[in-house]
Design a protein around this ligand. Structure first.
Ligand code: HMH
Length: 229
């Protein structure tokens, strides 16, 4: 039986945790304008640290794409993502200055450290490209869906936070996430069909577990910014 693409199946199966990550109370508070600016500032400082660790992770996915991918255009997609991260780091610096946040003084929160260590574990060469690209898609998709929600009609996002929401909620970033999902689906689909590949089932399971781990870390990351942990 064909139940559609692998990621769409996962999104149905794990819809509760997915919604938990993409419709977190912090995001809902930005959307309805009740967000505490202290929570936003805490998020900004911690996310700058996260993004700095995210760059080498994306570089590791790029290397895997170059070595393992069946489609040469994957490398270009990931390279564009890396180029965008270059702008993103500069944006964080400008945004932090606006809010009087001294980035060099930010101490990484335990939750952030755990998430960064998880990224580092995914950088190991033994981690398959399929698993790594699934993680990359999930990490980007959570931010895209979360911040796009804050820009929908009827949202009361404070004007000074709209630029932040635009950064991940814009159309082009949405397109990038769709492309990553298509790549991940293509790889996962190949595994599903390839019953003869030793450990095929294993890689599929690993990718699903990594997807769930990302969602858990994303929920914890939002929680941390609200000051729940
Ligand atoms: C915690 N997840 C976190 N930070 C980000 N900047 C993204 C995802 C998307 O890039």
């Amino acid at each position: 039986v064909d139940n559609g693409e692998v990621i769409e199946q996962w999104l149905r199966k794990h819809s509760l945790i997915y919604t938990g990550a993409t419709r977190h109370p912090l995001i809902l508070s930005i959307r309805d304008g009740t967000v505490h600016l202290s929570a936003f500032k805490k998020w900004l400082g911690q996310d700058y640290i996260f993004v700095r660790a995210f760059v080498p992770f994306v570089a590791s996915v790029l290397i895997k794409a170059w070595k393992e991918s069946d489609d040469i255009s994957d490398v270009e997609v990931i390279l564009k993502g890396m180029a965008a991260l270059n702008d993103e780091i500069e944006w964080f610096k400008r945004e932090a200055a606006k809010w009087n946040i001294e980035l060099s003084n930010i101490v990484p929160h335990k939750t952030n450290e755990r998430y960064c260590r998880f990224l580092e574990s995914l950088m190991r060469p033994e981690v398959e490209y399929t698993v790594a690209i699934t993680a990359l898609w999930a990490i980007e998709a959570v931010y895209q869906e979360s911040f796009a929600h804050c820009l929908e009609d009827g949202s009361k996002t404070p004007p000074e936070l709209r630029e932040t929401c635009q950064r991940w909620g814009n159309e082009a970033f949405g397109q990038y996430c769709t492309t990553l999902r298509n790549i991940a689906n293509r790889r996962l689909e190949r595994l599903s069909g390839d019953l003869l590949t030793e450990g095929y089932d294993n890689v599929l399971k690993q990718a699903e577990v990594v997807f769930l781990r990302v969602l858990e870390y994303e929920v914890e990351f939002w929680n941390m910014s609200r000051g729940d942990s």
